[in-house]
Design a protein around this ligand. Sequence first.
Ligand code: ATP
Ligand code: MG
Length: 135
Amino acid sequence: MQGKGIRIENLKKRYGTGNTAVDALKEINMEVAPGEVVGLIGPSGSGKSTLLKCLGAVIDPTGGRMILGDKVIYDNSWMVRDLRALRRDKIGFVFQAPYLIPFLDVIDNVALLPMLAGISNKEARKKSDGTPRGA
Ligand SMILES: Nc1ncnc2c1ncn2[C@@H]1O[C@H](COP(=O)(O)OP(=O)(O)OP(=O)(O)O)[C@@H](O)[C@H]1O
Ligand SMILES: [Mg+2]
């Protein structure tokens, strides 16, 4: 992702329908600058995982807008045709329950996705070693 970071406008997520519906996100607004590190804190059930899953294109929001870099990815519906490519190419996601591959080391767990996206094994491992660029 280049340039403008992440922008979330009036994001809503409702699970279920009728009188058992849960409004997990009620018009969330947030901006993250490129390179900014953000910690999301809040009580259990406040919607942290729901927000990240919407932003990570793991679940569908119910309304609002999400902008990644200079691309509007969601505007009351997905604006991206290939969500799998979006997840693979633009988003890194570590789930609350760690779906790590137990027989791979840390670097290979991180490098797996860039490898699947067609980056060479050597380059993917280099990008995954955690050393800040330019260091
Ligand atoms: N699949 C689902 N179906 C129905 N309700 C759900 C679902 N997932 C989450 N919820 C509800 O949405 C609300 C937000 O849940 P969420 O998991 O996003 O909270 P959280 O802040 O990540 O909590 P925790 O700190 O326990 O991880 C809660 O009321 C939860 O019960
Ligand atoms: Mg959670």
